[in-house]
Design a binder for this molecule. Structure first.
Ligand SMILES: Nc1ncnc2c1ncn2[C@@H]1O[C@H](COP(=O)(O)OP(=O)(O)OP(=O)(O)O)[C@@H](O)[C@H]1O
Length: 488
């Protein structure tokens, strides 16, 4: 730990306290989570869900675990540092977020969830406090409760914070799955619009009561399994008719309301998966750039303007991956608080984020995918099939278009023709302020902000115009098909 300079505490959770720190050698800012209980062996640490799941995740919207350190039986996780959590952001916000902001965040989170769920994990404790934000970027953190989809039920341990807890978990089902994350996302999305929790239950029973009072009590049609679960518990749902969510979330568009309603469906099978949610009309203005292109884009150039100072890349994290030292303690460290500089002691550190793990992961993913029931992305309506096709076409076209623009971009990078920021080029990063909300790490392209005055054509290269025109064309094709998704 003496390699880090501890700056200040930035969070205190159930299992650990989190500190902002600086990696002395490079000046990189990191977050160090000091676990509250002691760990007497490495095996114990490596068996932790947080370690097991996070070491397999490599996604721009999942907070990166850079290093694991055990020193004097105290366990530290070193993460990439994020400025604040979504709860803090909501708390400090004087006015409501714009729909574009909500969309941008949710799009990123659904991408991370799609990645995670596909790889056989679900988070189980999604809440605003576990969504970390730096500028336009949002990342999922706290994998303390993450579980493998393939791990065998029954799941009997405590999961999720009450306000975001899915009804099947409230009713003590032991066979829930990744759709509990989707429920939580519905509640979080609604909260982003209103800055108030949608189901602020004061107890387990009150939580169900609050849910009934918003989405209406379940019946045989909406959730037959739920009635059975309630029956087992001898629980009777309070009787409520549903309230139209527009009444509770007046600032949200019809598309947003439609997505929140499907996410907050009683029946877990009726909730969209993360991959399906990404194709919802609410995200129509967002544009997803496939990971293959992100890699190429990153290889071209990374403008300093969008890169966190000292933020590490994978190469940096791999540098620590082999290290595993074991020496005698020199000083004892207080388990209560970390000090500005910690002396060297029994140090064991490890980080696993290599391709071998990724390989293993693919296998797991395949197995999991096999076991999952196939569900068509958007019901069986021809409209939804069209939508799915349109989205696929958008992706394909994006890939082709971006391939076309790679060389052009590279060439122009040298003469700054396209630069919107003093000669700094941003391949695939669309540096035109107010138009594109995209970063290398999370290239979400939001064209919803394009307005008459927002384009500075003099700064815009032909390639951008072509790309933009294509996007708008593709985007407009889907219009008029809204509100038909997920059969609603
Ligand atoms: N990488 C990070 N960068 C900046 N702040 C962070 C980071 N990770 C965590 N935090 C802050 O610390 C808080 C607690 O972290 P975390 O949720 O991981 O701890 P926990 O003990 O598992 O909490 P919980 O009680 O939710 O289980 C977060 O809400 C966040 O504000």
């Amino acid at each position: 730990m003496d390699r880090y300079k501890i700056i200040k505490e930035v969070g205190d959770g159930t299992f650990g306290s989190v500190w902002r720190a600086i990696y002395k050698q490079t000046g990189e800012v990191v977050a160090i989570k000091q676990m509250k209980r002691k760990y007497y062996s490495w095996d114990e640490c490596m068996n932790l869900r947080e370690v097991k799941s996070l070491r397999k995740m490599n996604h721009p919207n999942i907070v990166k675990l850079k290093e694991v350190i055990r020193e004097h039986d105290i366990l530290y996780f070193v993460f990439e540092y994020m400025e604040c959590n979504l709860y803090q952001l909501m708390k400090d916000k004087g006015k409501l977020f714009s729909e574009a902001e909500v969309r941008n965040w949710c799009f990123q989170i659904f991408q991370a969830l799609a990645y995670m769920h596909q790889r056989g994990y679900f988070h189980r404790d999604l809440k605003p406090e576990n969504l970390l934000v730096t500028k336009d970027m949002i990342k999922i953190a706290d994998f303390g409760l993450a579980r493998e989809v393939c791990s065998l039920p029954p799941y009997t341990d405590y999961v999720s914070t009450r306000w975001y807890r899915a009804p099947e978990v409230l009713l003590q089902s032991s066979v829930y799955g990744s759709s509990i994350d989707m429920w939580a996302m519905g509640a979080i999305m609604a909260e982003l619009f209103t800055l108030r929790p949608l189901f602020p239950g004061s107890s387990q029973a009150d939580e169900i009561y609050k849910i009934c009072s918003v989405i209406g009590s379940p019946n045989r049609n909406s959730w037959a399994e739920g009635l059975e679960l309630a029956n087992v518990l001898k629980y009777q749902f309070p009787q409520f008719a549903s309230v139209h969510l527009t009444v509770l979330i007046p600032s949200a568009s019809e598309d947003a309301i439609n997505l929140i309603s499907s996410l907050c469906s009683w029946d877990p099978h009726k909730r969209p998966t993360a991959a399906e949610a990404l194709q919802h009309p609410f995200f129509q203005p967002c544009f997803y750039i496939p990971p293959s292109l992100r890699f190429r884009a990153a290889a071209v150039r990374t403008p300093p303007s969008v890169r966190m100072k000292g933020a590490s890349d994978q190469r940096t994290s791999r540098r620590y991956s082999m290290a595993l030292s074991d020496s005698k303690p020199a000083n004892n460290i207080s388990s209560a608080k970390m000090h500005a500089s910690v002396s060297a002691g029994v140090v064991q550190r490890k980080l696993e984020m290599d391709n071998q793990e990724a390989g293993k992961n693919e296998k797991l993913e395949k197995n999991c995918v096999k076991q999952q029931k196939y569900r068509p992305p958007a019901g069986n309506s021809p409209v939804s099939v069209n939508l799915a096709r349109t989205s696929r076409a958008v992706l394909d076209t994006a890939e082709k278009l971006a391939q076309m623009t790679v060389s052009g971009r590279q060439q122009m990078a040298t003469d700054s023709v396209l630069s919107g920021s003093g000669g700094r080029m941003a391949p695939y990063r669309y540096s035109f302020e107010g138009i594109f909300q995209a970063t290398k790490e999370n290239p979400v392209l939001d064209i919803s902000n394009i307005g008459s005055g927002s384009l500075n054509k003099s700064k815009m290269g032909l390639i951008e115009l072509y790309y933009l025109a294509k996007l708008m064309l593709l985007g407009s094709r889907g219009r008029g098909k809204k509100n038909c998704y997920f059969g609603h």
